[in-house]
Write a protein of this length. Structure first.
Length: 457
């Protein structure tokens, strides 16, 4: 980094004036900033054409071997000492002073038999802090950032500068007196370097390591489609559903998602923090079909341009909720008997009250029990039980995987459906309601036995 400081020359004249008794007058002190050029002049005109005045620094003659200035005087790189015998004058020049040049300076006049007042002055050099600013942290937004850092007791001002990784030149912001600065007019989704220097009245140092940090402004792209959108009813066919999601590709690409909007059948119903990852929604319309849209938003989203995830959901009306949701209708082997004048109130497919059904393993089978139209019995009150590999009542049956029970009020029936037969399903199934009962015998993968058997595909 190039020099940040202006060099200027301060001159101090320690002068003697003519008079019957020689006297010397001088400046009482000098306060200068580092890297200033200083010239100190001592004149005693009453002592012309003799040995000129000389100087001491902290009681050591500057031209003596004990002085730290002798080598610099000899090579003239930074310090020079000029004598003018004819004028009785000496000039001591120090270029680019530092704190080490501070001290008491005397003008020594080699008079013989005369003791004039020895002129002196004090040189005080103020240097900038040598502190490297630490703990630089940034809180970025889309086009701005707040920078904080740890200050220094000997600093009275701070300078913040920033640039992109591609830029060669640093851009400075206004100087601040507190350990915080603001940067504006940034480009979204961009990595920036930032550095901070501590200074005072002597300005800033250019010979120390400068404290640096970096940050990335927020991404101004609108969110992409959310992932893993799921609608889960609170209970079977409940109108209260839990809608959940993931941020999907937005996380991988660093795209900010500030909020998530839920739209049901075209109406916005919820706006929540994206970090919540789910929200409970009451589908107040009750039973029916719903189109649910879920999408993310940030400060750069434009209405109508959102990438929306769309999920369909249906709330059904049911008279009796099974432990498993009903399966889609399929072609099922059924044995039905229509009786115009029923002798009994409950029938298992035929008038004998007994039926044998045979199916191969893996097939689907339905066992249907029907109540006569003129019966006072209700089909919803029919229960099934099983006696075979084990003894199970209806509740136990419905806990089995792939077993459902449905009620049809139109034909006053109740049907037990087994979606995929195994050998463990073989046995006797009994329908019961009130004092009425009938039975099925189910054979899996065996030859038909007995009369009245029906084989289903």
């Amino acid at each position: 980094m190039g020099s940040l400081f202006l060099l200027f020359t301060t001159s101090l004249v320690i002068a003697a004036v003519n008079g019957e008794q020689p006297k010397l007058s001088f400046e009482p002190g000098m306060n200068v900033n580092w890297k200033t050029d200083v010239s100190i002049t001592c004149i005693y005109k009453a002592y012309t054409n003799r040995d000129p005045p000389d100087f001491t620094h902290n009681n050591v003659a500057i031209a003596s071997p004990d002085s730290g200035y002798l080598a610099e005087i000899n090579d003239g790189s930074r310090v020079s000492l000029e004598h003018n015998t004819a004028e009785g004058m000496s000039v001591w020049t120090i270029r680019s002073v530092t704190a080490a040049d501070s001290g008491n300076i005397l003008c020594m006049v080699p008079l013989q038999g005369i003791s004039p007042t020895t002129p002196s002055t004090t040189l005080s050099v103020l240097e900038p802090p040598s502190y490297t600013v630490a703990d630089i942290a940034a809180t970025p937004d889309y086009t701005s950032a707040e920078i904080t850092f740890t200050g220094s007791d000997d600093a009275t001002k701070y300078k913040c500068e920033y640039k992109t990784l591609e830029e060669a030149t640093w851009t400075a912001v206004d100087e601040v007196t507190d350990p915080t600065c603001s940067i504006s007019d940034l480009t979204p989704a961009t990595v920036y370097s930032v550095r901070v220097m501590a200074g005072n009245a002597a300005d800033y140092r250019d010979d120390i390591t400068v404290g640096e940090g970096s940050f990335t402004t927020k991404d101004n792209r609108t969110p992409e489609m959310l992932g893993d959108v799921t609608v889960t009813p609170e209970a079977y066919n409940s109108s209260i559903v839990e809608i959940s999601w993931s941020l999907g590709s937005n996380t991988e690409k660093g795209i900010a998602v500030d909020s998530v909007v839920v739209v049901v059948n075209g109406n916005e119903v919820e706006v929540v923090d994206a970090a919540d990852m789910s929200v409970s929604v009451d589908l107040e319309g009750g039973a029916g079909d719903y189109v649910i849209q879920v999408f993310g938003k940030n400060a750069f989203s434009e209405e109508g341009n959102e990438e929306r995830s769309v999920v369909s959901h249906t709330v059904k009306e049911t008279t009796a909720a099974p432990t498993e949701p009903p399966k889609p209708p399929t072609e099922k082997p059924e044995v039905e008997v229509e009786v115009e004048e029923p002798v009994r109130g409950l029938k298992c497919a035929d008038g004998n009250g007994y039926n044998v059904k045979e199916q191969t393993s893996g097939a689907e089978v339905s066992l249907k029990c029907t109540i006569a139209e003129n019966s006072d019995l209700e089909p919803s009150n029919i229960t099934f039980s099983y006696d075979g590999a084990s003894s199970l009542d209806q509740n136990d049956l419905l806990k089995s995987s792939g077993v459902t029970v449905t009620v049809n009020e139109d034909d006053r029936s109740k049907t037990l459906t087994i979606l995929a037969l195994t050998n463990s399903h073989q046995g006797t199934y009994k329908c019961s309601v009130g004092a009425e009962a009938c039975e099925y015998q189910l054979i899996v993968g065996e030859e038909v036995r007995g009369s009245g058997a029906t084989t289903t595909a």
